[in-house]
Design a protein around this ligand. Structure first.
Ligand code: PMP
Length: 353
């Protein structure tokens, strides 16, 4: 090893789902939405004045923040926006978890949490989910440096109710409690109403799933003014212009089309409920998903085998080769036609095997 190499930071990064690009593929591996963004977004992009790109964007992404403020009826000072909820969560880890006590999150959850904790040198403890992949509330009632819960959790797809979250927030008023609601619009109960009562709560959401805009990279957090301004202070000590102009204007535009948003989420939910029945008939079982994916295991065929078989047919699902969940497939809900094809391929394989 060269001398300079010893000075490099060594870190094990988060591994995102692959982004294959075949014209005939069914890509149901990264929980994207199968429907296009709100029609207004396409119109805006086609008519965009590219001269605007010569200027730096508004550092506070004002247009987007104001529209979020209007739609959710919360003061703009209580909103932080970032480049996807990954950026928002990363900034939160950097800002809110600077004690020497460990932060707590489940052993099976979004696999970026421990990566950020390592990157920002935050001590952490992974609290085991129970045998049904449920969060054990009592694990989160002791002393800690902060709490991060995905609700619904990923990749388990299981949601907890508002009372459950409130108990944790209420009993942890000396820490910041972060609720990552990436999948909340598919049937979960948001912690948003608790923001009125608890200054230590942060609710994080994204445009990547329910608003069909993963490629735009827009995420946001709601919290108390004090916490949000602390996150902006850290962000502005690192990069003032994280949000680009097209994302700011397209994000604001997408928010306005409430009817389209409701229609798309309802379609995904309906397809998911139908898939629950069809996959169960093929011998799969899964938790009762409140997300845009199913976390499924088969009664006799190993998940890795099905993963590889589907892949050969250019159907991409997600498989995690990690303890406790290495016999599960995470299957994103696509269009009805895509899911019909998935069922057809699985059925054919399982009958022949
Ligand atoms: N939280 C959870 C639980 C997720 O599954 C994801 C998607 N990978 C994210 C946050 C980040 O999503 P994005 O950065 O696209 O908003």
């Amino acid at each position: 090893m060269k001398k300079w190499e010893e000075k490099l930071r060594q870190i094990t990064p988060y591994v995102p789902g692959e982004q294959p690009d075949f014209p005939d593929m069914i890509k149901i591996n990264t929980n994207e939405n199968p429907y296009p963004p709100a029609p207004g977004v396409e119109k805006l992009l086609k008519e965009m004045d590219t001269k605007k790109l010569t200027l730096y964007p508004n550092p506070g992404a004002k247009l987007l923040v104001d529209e979020l403020s209007k739609q959710y009826n919360i003061a703009p000072e209580r909103i932080f926006v970032g480049v996807g909820s990954d950026d928002v969560l990363g900034m939160i880890f950097m800002t809110c978890f600077s004690s020497d006590k460990p932060i707590l999150f489940p052993d099976i959850t979004y696999s970026f949490y421990d990566v950020w904790a390592d990157l920002f040198r935050v001590p952490y403890k992974r609290m085991p989910l129970d045998e049904n992949f449920c969060i054990k509330k009592e694990d989160y009632l002791g002393e800690n440096g902060g709490i991060v819960l995905a609700n619904p959790n990923a990749p388990t797809s299981i949601a907890v109710g508002l009372d459950f979250i409130e108990d944790i927030v209420k009993n942890n008023q000396d820490s910041i409690v972060v609720v990552d609601e990436a999948y909340i619009d598919f049937g979960g109960e948001s912690a948003f109403p608790l923001l009125e009562k608890y200054e230590n709560l942060l609710v994080v959401q994204t445009f990547s799933k329910s608003r069909s805009m993963a490629g735009m990279r827009i995420g946001y957090a709601f919290g108390s003014e004090r916490v949000i301004s602390a996150i902006y202070a850290v962000r502005n000590s690192y990069n003032s212009y994280t949000m680009n102009y097209p994302s700011i204007v397209c994000g604001a535009e997408a928010l306005k089309d409430v009817a389209y948003f409701k229609e798309c989420t309802a379609k995904v939910i309906a397809t998911r409920e139908r898939m629950k029945k069809e996959l169960a008939e093929l011998g799969f079982s899964f938790p009762d998903s409140k997300t845009n994916f199913l976390f499924a295991t088969h009664e006799s065929v190993p998940a890795v085998e099905l993963f590889e078989m589907l892949r050969e047919k250019r159907i991409f699902v997600r498989y995690f080769k990690t303890p406790r969940i290495d016999n599960y497939l995470r299957i994103t809900i696509g269009t009805d036609a895509q899911m019909d094809r998935v069922v057809e391929v699985l059925k054919e394989y399982l009958e022949k095997r």
